[in-house]
Design a protein around this ligand. Structure first.
Ligand code: C2E
Ligand code: MG
Ligand code: MG
Ligand code: MG
Length: 281
């Protein structure tokens, strides 16, 4: 009986895997159609200066409204887009769309765009950046490109070259999800980051976890002495904001200041915050 149960369990497991694989294939096909039909939307989430309450930047975040499944989160479709190479086209679209939108915002506000490691295998990446800026008229200094350590792991010549080109263009580089990788400190030494974004996993338990705060304080100190702006990601409560501010973070991002929102909404939010800065103290 035990053997049967084991066999059944195995069969059950195999069936579950198969349906996962099937679901994935289905999603992949739908993703290809979405690319063809440009069924994506960008939402934007503000980054706020913790001293002034002003919006410094808005981060562009991809949204996919699936015809039958509804909203599919980036954590589900980005990995598929990366494995299939579709992220190159989607990423190019996001870059163009983000610059176009940001060109309408007040001068002081930047836009941040996430880049996947796979996009760095595209020899035309820097050319896409140049063209997105040219078509939109957005000045290069108002574009921030967010990368994670995953981009730097390979240390490929193509990656180093693209980063060099960004620097020459005057586009700035942010290190996203800081603290979740392996050797971030080495990357800070080697690459010209203007911003570090401390991963939200460090912020989540900041109210009750002394270690988390010690790390945030250390990173903020490090960033400050290197002239790098330090951002706390995932701020949801006033308490968390107060802590990270006290610990020396320069900017914050999270539901506390606003969820990622459609373009029309974010541009109103930006204008509102100029008239009346957000409360940060
Ligand atoms: P990320 O770049 O680290 O973006 C921050 C994520 O945290 C976003 O999730 C945002 O909605 C979420 N977030 C912001 N504030 C809070 C908060 O207070 N609490 C919580 N729980 N979450 C918060 P989202 O939009 O689901 O995106 C997930 C990831 O997908 C992004 O992480 C990024 O790695 C990737 N992604 C999104 N858009 C793009 C894109 O255009 N290109 C590429 N390559 N990746 C993208
Ligand atoms: Mg990001
Ligand atoms: Mg992040
Ligand atoms: Mg993330």
């Amino acid at each position: 009986a035990a053997k049967n149960a084991g066999g059944g369990g195995h069969r059950f497991f195999a069936a579950a895997m198969e349906s996962d694989a099937q679901q994935r294939r289905a999603l992949e096909l739908d993703l290809r159609q979405a690319v063809a039909g440009e069924a994506f939307e960008l939402h934007f989430q503000p980054l706020v200066n913790l001293a002034t309450g002003r919006i410094t930047t808005c981060e562009a975040l991809l949204r996919w409204h699936h015809p039958t499944r509804g909203a599919v989160p980036p954590s589900v479709f980005i990995p598929i887009a990366e494995e299939t190479g579709l992220i190159i086209g989607i990423g190019e679209w996001a870059l163009r769309r983000a610059c176009e939108e940001a060109a309408r915002w007040p001068d002081g506000v930047k836009v941040a765009v996430n880049l996947s490691p796979v996009q760095f295998r595209d020899r035309n990446l820097a050319a896409h950046v140049v063209s997105a800026l040219a078509r939109s008229g957005l000045p290069a200094h108002r574009l921030e490109l967010e990368i994670t350590e995953r981009v730097l792991l390979e240390e490929s010549e193509a990656t180093t070259h693209a980063i060099q080109q960004f620097r020459t263009l005057g586009v700035s580089l942010s290190l996203d999800d800081f603290g979740t990788g392996y050797s971030s400190l080495n990357y800070l030494r080697k690459f010209p980051f203007a911003k570090i974004k401390i991963d939200q996993s460090f912020i989540r338990d900041v109210d009750c976890e002394a270690e988390g705060r010690a790390i945030i304080r250390a990173v903020a100190g490090l960033g400050t002495s290197l002239g790098i702006t330090v951002v706390a990601e995932g701020l949801e409560t006033k308490q968390q904001m107060a802590f990270v501010r006290e610990d020396g973070c320069h900017e914050g991002q999270g539901y506390l200041f606003g969820r990622p929102m459609p373009a029309a909404e974010v541009s109103e939010r930006i204008r509102g915050a100029i008239a009346r800065p957000l409360l940060v103290a």
